[in-house]
Design a binder for this molecule. Structure first.
Ligand code: PEP
Ligand code: MN
Length: 341
């Protein structure tokens, strides 16, 4: 972090300012230019409120962060890619995984049928919502505990690890047998929940909030990691923009940027980004092309009658086609094919 001081400030006030900063445990480095003096802070400055320093110190013209406020999730501190092992499926550092399944678990027959089909097509994890965050309280909100039980049956039948969303920290005991706990877009900044999942020893799939910046996503991952859990998969799932033709706007540049800034694996959910079935394959190709470590795709045995998100769900044949399409691309763009394991 650096503070650029105003023109013509006295040596005494600079010393006072520097003394105040050093009293907080930081080392400082002064760069004296022809006009301005710049005070550089050395140390973990994530606790400093930059605007407060500018507002409360008259001699400061402006301040700027030069290192990221996130430390644990940043590449600066941890340059190697993190690889996360989910029941034998490794994700990150060129190992690519596809998570597939319906938006919501609807019945045993449905989830088992979808699980078997997506596994046959090459998916390595099964998704399915048991607790659904819905905009309307009158919409289908999931089968709750029963949905979790049905996911476990599908896991038993197929061997696929399961990924499902948690809505709040009181549900954690129910997630004992879940392989990957999903923190959805609407909960990305539920800091109490982030702290609690940070204390558990399971991989966490952290989705980007639809109105959150890349830095905010990384700071939310930092919450989880600060509690000791470093198994975090980041997910770009589209953000809200002025465009209404798609459900959200897939922020494709977020993928290489996140991978540049962080060592964590990054996956893409084109289903919630687009909201339109026909866009899923092109967006999945784009995700692979920009170096994503995986995909999350909504797939349903009967999308027309799905209880949630049917319009964006692929049917079983369409998912199979998508996987065939991706195979050739993944070998080219991503060094290893996790989906061939
Ligand atoms: C989901 O994956 O089912 C979901 C609700 O996604 P998001 O949190 O990205 O909206
Ligand atoms: Mn959905």
């Amino acid at each position: 972090m650096v503070f650029v001081l105003k023109l013509g400030v006295s040596r005494q006030s600079i010393e006072q300012f520097v003394g105040k900063i050093e009293a907080q445990g930081f080392k400082t480095f002064l760069s004296t230019g022809t006009e301005h003096t710049v005070v550089c802070l050395i140390g973990n400055t994530s606790t400093i409120d930059l605007n407060l320093v500018v507002e409360t110190n008259e001699i400061v013209e402006y301040g700027k962060r030069v290192t990221e406020p996130y430390k644990a999730v940043g590449r600066t501190v941890h340059p190697e890619d993190t690889v996360i092992n989910v029941g034998g499926a490794r994700i990150g550092s060129g190992m690519f995984q596809v998570i597939s399944g319906p938006c919501s678990v609807e019945s045993e027959e449905q989830i088992v049928m979808v699980a078997k089909a997506v596994k046959n097509s090459g998916a390595t994890m099964l998704r399915g919502g048991a607790f659904k965050p819905r905009t309307s309280p009158y919409a289908f909100v999931g089968l709750h505990e029963e949905g979790l039980k049905l996911l476990l049956i599908a896991k038993k039948e197929t061997g696929l690890p399961i990924v499902t969303e948690i809505m709040n920290q009181t549900q954690l005991p129910l997630f004992e047998d879940v392989d990957v706990i999903q923190v959805g877009a609407r909960n990305m900044q539920n800091f109490d929940l982030l702290r609690e999942v940070g204390r558990c020893h399971k991989p966490i799939l952290l989705k980007r909030g639809f109105a959150n910046t890349i830095e905010e996503l990384l700071m939310s991952a930092e919450y989880i990691m600060a509690e000791g859990n470093s198994q975090i998969i980041l997910c770009e799932r589209g953000i809200r923009t002025f465009e209404t033709a798609t459900r959200n706007t897939l922020d494709i540049s977020a993928i290489p940027l996140l991978k540049h800034k962080s060592h964590l694996p990054v996956i893409v959910d084109p289903s919630h980004a687009a909201g339109i079935r026909a866009l899923i394959t092109p967006l999945a190709r784009a995700a692979v092309a920009v170096g994503a470590d995986g995909l999350m795709i909504e797939t349903h045995n009967d999308p027309a009658n799905a209880l949630c998100d049917g319009a964006q769900s692929l049917n079983l044949e369409q998912f199979d086609e998508l996987m065939k399409d991706l195979k050739g691309r993944i070998t080219y763009e991503n060094k290893q094919m996790g989906i061939d394991q």
